[in-house]
Design a protein around this ligand. Structure first.
Ligand code: NA7
Length: 548
């Protein structure tokens, strides 16, 4: 073996970076890394691009961030040209948008579809990531970027008798491309998270009867979705730069028009007025009606009670209304849902709510769902039971760093990252919106663009300074993990058994995974760390041994 300079190394490797995943992150990575002269290859498990928006094709699937903001900002031309049809884009429209982006910027030629990555091993001798796929292919590159998404490992719970069921079963996060016709069917939906809340009203319109199996009710705010007129779009496009800047400088990466007064000192009339105004406006901005809703339990309760009063008013049967009211966790500590006619759907004669807290789910039989009160005969089951969020997809890949370090083992007691971007012992492996970054608490597109830009700048810096590898120190990582926990402890988030906490997966450590300090504060920290020559990271210029 010979020792080569980085230049020789380049000539021997066909790619500078392997990117796993062709969703919002993977696509922008191709664009941005090409810009700095990198040769990239994206490996994508699906047969098409779009990630979350490729897989989640369930009826009613829609983004809970408004379309004009849930879109890329990197190209002024793109954001001026593209016309969104609705205030909140449905899955099909977002997927069309992403395909348009791929074509417009000629991204497709760097994506290899139907390619599931099973392992990524860091080869210390050559400073290369060796990437293995399900079909036995092998790739290598100095950089490996996990653009694998936060909600990409769908989870069907382990329910007794599940395998006996004779009818079709679906998971919202892995929906058949040809769609499902529920006409004349008795349908069970298990779960009442965001995916269920979006799909239930649509399925109810088609099914003969819909049984909704609810374990924990959710807080849901009406979307008041509507077609976007050209004038509405023009008004936003005319000041797009300012809107994007405001989003980046905000807590959640969205222009929510937050109220900076606390609910704790507001009068009952002020509270009512503020909540009513936000309810009528619709959407996630409900939570920014006051500035203390996520940190003060009494303040939070005023917002929670307002939503309960709405449920009481909408749902005709008081017993059903009662069952639909969340009472066991503060509003917002599980992501609030944004719906179209969710609570109204329970006024339909063909919809039955089953409260699993009163009659626990016991088993699935050949043709029914069995609770402690008896059997509900159904033709098919829709699992709206969520995901092994944030870490599940990374854990499915056998990721090995220095000295064969196993990422899954390293994260046994909860994910450990520095800035949610890298993990100590795994040089040159970046995560996009990884645990420890604002990710799922934010407008994902804003966070994705910020991460991808940071990674691109980082790689440019390494190259400009003759450095081969970068990795966080254990000290910096420990301090960051502690900071993430400390910030979470100032909020009400840890009070809910949510997927943010890993609580939906048996045996998963209960750690609040995203960074709750805000998109603005976080991005500033990332920028400062880079500007100071990558504080908390170790950069190595060591010459690698080239592949034979
Ligand atoms: P979520 O929000 O994780 O919701 C999953 C739902 O499934 C939730 O109501 C769970 O009840 C329920 N669930 C899970 N396991 C079971 C079992 N074993 N029995 C009964 N009910 C069960 O996933 P979504 O797909 O809806 O949304 C994920 C995110 O995607 C969402 O936050 C948006 O950001 C987009 P539980 O609350 O655990 O009692």
């Amino acid at each position: 073996m010979t020792v080569h300079t980085p230049h020789h190394q380049d000539a021997l490797t066909p790619y500078d970076a392997i990117i796993v995943g062709a969703g919002f992150s993977g696509l922008y990575l191709i664009y941005r890394l090409r810009q700095i002269g990198l040769r990239v290859r994206v490996l994508e498990a699906g047969s098409g691009l779009g990630g979350t928006w490729y897989w989640n094709r369930y009826p009613g699937a829609r983004c809970d961030v408004e379309s004009m903001e849930y879109s890329y900002s990197f190209s002024p031309e793109l954001q001026q040209e593209w016309e969104w049809a609705e205030r909140y884009a449905g899955q099909a429209e977002i997927l069309r948008y992403l395909n348009h982006v791929a074509d417009r910027f000629d991204l497709r030629r760097d994506i290899q579809f139907d390619t599931r990555v099973t392992a990524a091993h860091f080869d210390e001798q050559h400073n290369l990531w060796q990437i293995y796929t399900e079909s036995g292919e092998q790739f290598h590159a100095p950089f490996c970027i996990m653009a694998t998404g936060c909600l990409s490992t769908a989870r069907v719970p382990d329910i007794e008798g599940l395998e006996q069921f004779q009818g079709p079963q679906y998971h919202t996060g892995n929906w058949p491309h040809e769609g499902v016709d529920f006409t004349g069917q008795r349908v069970a939906v298990i779960g009442t998270g965001s995916s269920a809340i979006q799909s239930i009203p649509v399925i109810a319109e088609q099914a003969a009867h819909l049984y909704v199996f609810q374990r924990t009710p959710n807080y849901s705010i009406p979307a008041h979705n509507h077609p976007l007129t050209r004038e509405e779009q023009q008004a936003i496009k005319a000041r797009y730069d300012e809107i994007r800047r405001t989003a980046r400088e905000s807590l959640f990466g969205v222009c929510f028009d937050p109220n900076d007064r606390p609910a704790a000192t507001a009068t009952p009339e002020d509270l009512q007025q503020a909540y009513e105004y936000r309810w009528q406006r619709g959407g996630l901005s409900f939570l920014t009606a006051f500035n203390d809703l996520l940190v003060n339990e009494q303040a939070n309760e005023t917002a929670a009670e307002f939503v309960r009063s709405k449920i009481r008013a909408i749902v005709h049967d008081p017993a059903v209304a009662e069952d639909l009211m969340p009472t066991t966790y503060p509003i917002g500590t599980k992501r609030i849902c944004v719906d179209t006619n969710y609570y109204e759907t329970f006024n339909r004669a063909n919809v039955t709510l089953i409260n699993l807290r009163k009659e626990p789910l016991e088993a699935i039989t050949t043709h029914s769902i069995r609770t402690s009160k008896g059997d509900y005969p159904v033709n098919c089951i829709v699992f709206a039971t969520g995901f092994d969020a944030m870490t599940g997809t990374l854990a499915k890949i056998d990721i090995r760093g220095r000295d064969g370090l196993d990422l899954k083992e390293q994260w046994n007691h909860g994910p450990r990252t520095y800035l949610g971007l890298m993990s100590a012992g795994f040089p040159n492996m970046f995560m996009i919106t990884g645990p420890g970054s604002p990710s799922v608490l934010s407008n994902m597109v804003v966070s994705i663009e910020q991460h991808v830009d940071w990674v691109a700048d980082c790689i440019s810096y390494l190259r400009a300074h003759g450095q081969q590898t970068i990795e966080p120190t254990y000290a910096a990582q420990d301090a960051w993990v502690e900071h993430v926990n400390t910030v979470a402890s100032y909020t009400l988030f840890p009070k809910a058994a949510s997927w943010y906490m890993g609580a939906n997966i048996p045996g998963k450590p209960r750690i609040f995974m995203p960074y709750a300090g805000g998109v603005n504060v976080y991005a500033q920290k990332c920028a400062e760390i880079a500007a100071n020559g990558y504080t908390g990271f170790v950069l190595h210029a060591s010459e690698a041994v080239a592949l034979a």
